[in-house]
Design a protein around this ligand. Structure first.
Ligand code: PLP
Length: 401
């Protein structure tokens, strides 16, 4: 059996005709920038998330940049976030001229460890960007307590978490601003790049709207140095079709995660992903298992670590990945290298000893195939083979010990 880590082909066979009709309609009408289709999507997305305003834009990365700019965050400012995320989270902070300050992650949830935030706050700290990574919600109740105490803004990175709830509220409606991506692999994806900013603060919404279109409140008037960051009308038309199915797709992801958790056997080498308290708190953009790396040494220099363990394929995780590959199951490593260890940040001095859990996790994570259309038969095939591979690894390591 051959199983991709992710595919859109099956979804297309379900909704393809509607997508084609929507796109043809736009092409025929010739309304290519702004207008009804965009307004319709922004309204639908606002009611889905439960905010007063949605500003669509070109990507999730742009959404983060627009949010930071709208809050006047720039040179000399610090923004607290996680180093275990897609690069764009920190990149957006650096793009506006501010500095990312990374707190370590919790090894069970993979989310930023809220208990470590307070010790990193100083007079330059302006905001916190919690990342609802893999669809799993950050504890927004406790995060808000901290942000209130220190008067910090919260920008939620919801790129992987469309429809994730925290205490019955959608992520993206809890902090000051929410940032979403419609990159094709996200819970709600379009057919290219796309993103949106969510807020219920009217003056922030107005400023974000202007920033996204050359800082312009009306044609040929410019209040700010802004961006050219619009959602394409063709993408909005596709999203207007796909948004009708998002709740169904999210339920399927939750069902698949539940099946995996039951079908995969306990094994000392393995840890299954953990949701932050309630089932609705996770929409499973990824199902990420941890294959323990006992040899990980907290004293290891991080660059050396990624040379020896990852590039040379010696971790138990890489063994499992290649064994799965041999029988047609394609898994992916999200993320192989933490953001603070990227060459792009080589000039920045991070307190690296503070991010040891993040560094360890990067040598252990493995994402199993996850998309709403994956069949039960495929879930069983993946789980049973993973069980066999882990048993086999146990025997091999006992022999060599
Ligand atoms: C995808 C992603 C982004 C960026 O979104 P784009 O639409 O690709 O620009 C930001 N943060 C996280 C956590 C992401 O997964």
């Amino acid at each position: 059996m051959k199983i991709p880590p992710f595919t859109l082909e099956r979804q297309y066979s379900e909704i393809g005709i509607d997508v084609e009709n929507a796109v043809l309609n736009i092409l025929q009408k010739g309304q290519y920038i702004g207008g009804h289709e965009i307004a319709k999507f922004e309204d639908s997305f606002a009611s889905l998330i439960g905010v007063s305003d949605v500003i669509s834009c070109n990507s999730g990365t742009d959404a983060l940049v627009l949010a930071l700019r709208a809050l006047d965050i720039g040179h000399g400012d610090e923004v607290i976030t996680t180093s275990f995320s897609f690069f764009a989270t920190a990149e957006a902070i650096s793009i506006v001229g501010a500095n990312p300050v990374f707190v370590d992650i919790n090894l069970s949830t993979f989310l930023l460890d809220i208990n470590q935030i307070e010790s990193r706050i100083n007079s330059r700290t302006k905001a916190i960007i919690p990342v609802h990574l893999f669809g799993n919600a950050v504890d927004m109740t406790n995060l808000k307590l901290i942000s209130k105490k220190y008067n910090l803004k919260i920008i939620e990175d919801c790129a992987q978490a469309t429809c994730t709830l925290w205490d019955s509220q959608n992520v993206g409606s809890i902090g000051d601003i929410g940032c979403f991506s419609f990159f094709p692999t996200k819970n709600l994806g379009c057919a290219g790049d796309g993103g949106a900013v969510t807020t219920s603060n009217k003056s922030l919404a107005q400023k974000i709207r202007e920033l996204a279109v050359h800082g312009s409140p009306k044609k040929y008037t410019h209040n700010y140095i802004g961006y050219n960051s619009r959602l394409d009308v063709i993408q909005a038309a596709i999203l207007n079709v796909k948004i009708k199915s998002i709740k169904k797709w999210v339920k399927l992801r939750q069902k698949i995660a539940d099946n995996y958790s039951k079908l995969i056997n306990e094994n000392p080498l393995l840890k299954l992903p953990q949701t932050n308290t309630e089932l609705s708190h996770n929409t499973w953009n990824q199902f990420v298992i941890k294959v323990k790396n006992e040899k990980f040494s907290y004293k290891q220099n991080y660059l050396e670590l990624f040379e020896t363990d990852i590039i040379k394929n010696k971790t138990p995780r890489n063994f499992v990945k290649s064994e799965l590959q041999k029988i047609g199951i394609n898994s992916i490593i999200y993320y192989p290298i933490p953001i603070h260890a990227q060459l792009a940040y080589k000039e920045k001095i991070f307190e690296k000893d503070l991010l040891l859990n993040t560094e360890k996790l990067c040598t252990e994570v493995l994402s199993l195939p996850m998309f709403p259309e994956i069949t039960f038969e495929e879930q069983v095939y993946i789980s049973e083979n993973l069980n066999l591979i882990l048993e086999k690894y146990d025997q091999i390591s006992q022999i060599s010990a």
